[in-house]
Each structure stands twice: as structure tokens, then as C-alpha cells.
Design a binder for this molecule. Structure first.
Ligand SMILES: Nc1ncnc2c1ncn2[C@@H]1O[C@H](COP(=O)(O)OP(=O)(O)OP(=O)(O)O)[C@@H](O)[C@H]1O
Ligand SMILES: [Mg+2]
Length: 177
């Protein structure tokens, strides 16, 4: 870490500074677009490391978008180019994927399993469409028409982590329409 980082801390406004140097316990920051949220978070990460309150490997930063994660990595990298990759800065999906990949054997997954992105899901679903025992959702004249809807449905179930019992009740309701 260098003088440039310390100088960058001086440019923080009072609210940003309070957030960067906040000590123990959780902290919620609510601020509008372009007001310096990323600057606060990256400065906070760097300050924790610089003051040895945390090791890089003890820090986890999660974002919604790839763009935000990339931006954070770049800004942390600016001040600590050698060890920035020890800090986990990832999207929620990227973080889960990393854990899954590392723990694949424990979870009974083959280590070469593939996570399907949206387009892959669509192609996979279309390829296997006739293997699903669909009634209502399989208009033979236009077999593709419900794929988006079904993928959305699977995504919703996954996000809500329905219990198995609820899934089958919900599926019964939907598939018997
Ligand atoms: N206190 C400050 N003094 C000068 N420039 C600042 C200050 N805080 C932030 N900036 C600059 O303002 C710009 C926006 O900051 P930043 O990207 O951190 O905001 P953000 O809230 O994360 O934006 P977004 O909503 O787009 O994610 C950046 O160029 C940053 O360097
Ligand atoms: Mg930002």
C-alpha cells in the first residue's frame, strides 16, 4: 500500500470518511447513483488491510453485477497490485460458483460440472424438451413458446429455495392448468 492510497483517503468527504473508518459492527450505506459508494467500499477494504484489521483473505465483497465486481477489483488492484486476488470480490453468482467448484467432491458433484448461463439453459431445455413429461406446456405446433416461461419458473423456485414438498404442490398446480 502506498502514499497514493493515504492521499486518496484525504479526498473523502465527512460521510464517506465515517463509513470508511467505521469500526465494529455492521454498517448500512444508502446513497444515490454516482455519489461514491464504490469508492467508500474499496477504500474501506484497503484501509482494513492497511491497518491490519483484516487479512486480504478474510475479506469478502459481493456485488449484483459483473460490471460492479470488475470495477471494485480494478480499484483495489490500483493500490495493492500483488495481493488483490486474495480478496474475494465477486458477484453473488460468482461467489456461489466458486464455493460449488471448490466443494464439488463433498457435494457429490463431478468437478467438471457446468453452470448454464441463460442462453445455454435455453439450448439445453430445447434439446431435452421432449424428455420432460409436459402436457399443458407442450403445444406441438410451437414447442418453443413456453421455454422462457418455464425457465423463469425454475429460476423463481431456485431463488426462493422452495422445500421439496412446496415444489411438488406448486408444480401440480401449474402443470394441471
Ligand atoms: N469524495 C470524493 N471526492 C472526489 N471524487 C470522488 C469522491 N467520491 C467519489 N468520487 C468520484 O466520483 C465518481 C463516482 O464514484 P463511485 O464510482 O465510487 O460512485 P458510485 O456511487 O459507486 O457510483 P454508481 O452508482 O455508478 O455505482 C468516481 O470517479 C469517484 O472517483
Ligand atoms: Mg458503484
Amino acid at each position: 500500500m502506498n502514499d497514493e492510497f493515504l492521499k486518496s483517503l484525504e479526498s473523502l468527504n465527512p460521510a464517506q470518511s465515517a463509513a470508511v473508518f467505521h469500526d465494529l459492527g455492521p454498517l448500512l450505506i444508502v446513497a444515490g447513483a454516482g455519489t461514491g459508494k464504490t469508492k467508500v467500499i474499496t477504500s474501506r477494504i484497503l484501509n482494513l488491510i492497511n491497518t491490519e484489521k483484516a487479512k486480504p483473505s478474510e475479506i469478502l465483497a459481493l456485488t449484483f453485477t459483473e460490471k460492479a465486481a470488475k470495477e471494485m477489483v480494478e480499484r483495489v488492484d490500483m493500490y495493492m497490485p500483488l495481493s488483490h486476488d486474495e480478496v474475494w470480490i465477486k458477484t453473488f453468482h460468482g461467489f456461489a460458483e466458486k464455493i460449488l467448484r471448490e466443494q464439488a467432491a463433498v457435494l457429490g458433484l463431478k468437478s467438471d460440472y457446468k453452470v448454464h448461463a441463460k442462453l445455454d439453459q435455453w439450448i439445453f431445455f430445447k434439446k431435452h424438451l421432449f424428455e420432460f413429461e409436459l402436457n399443458h406446456f407442450l403445444p406441438l405446433s410451437t414447442p418453443n413458446i413456453h421455454i422462457d416461461k418455464l425457465l423463469e419458473h425454475f429460476g423463481r423456485m431456485r431463488r426462493n429455495i422452495f422445500r421439496l414438498r412446496n415444489i411438488s404442490r406448486m408444480q401440480r398446480r401449474i402443470l394441471s392448468l
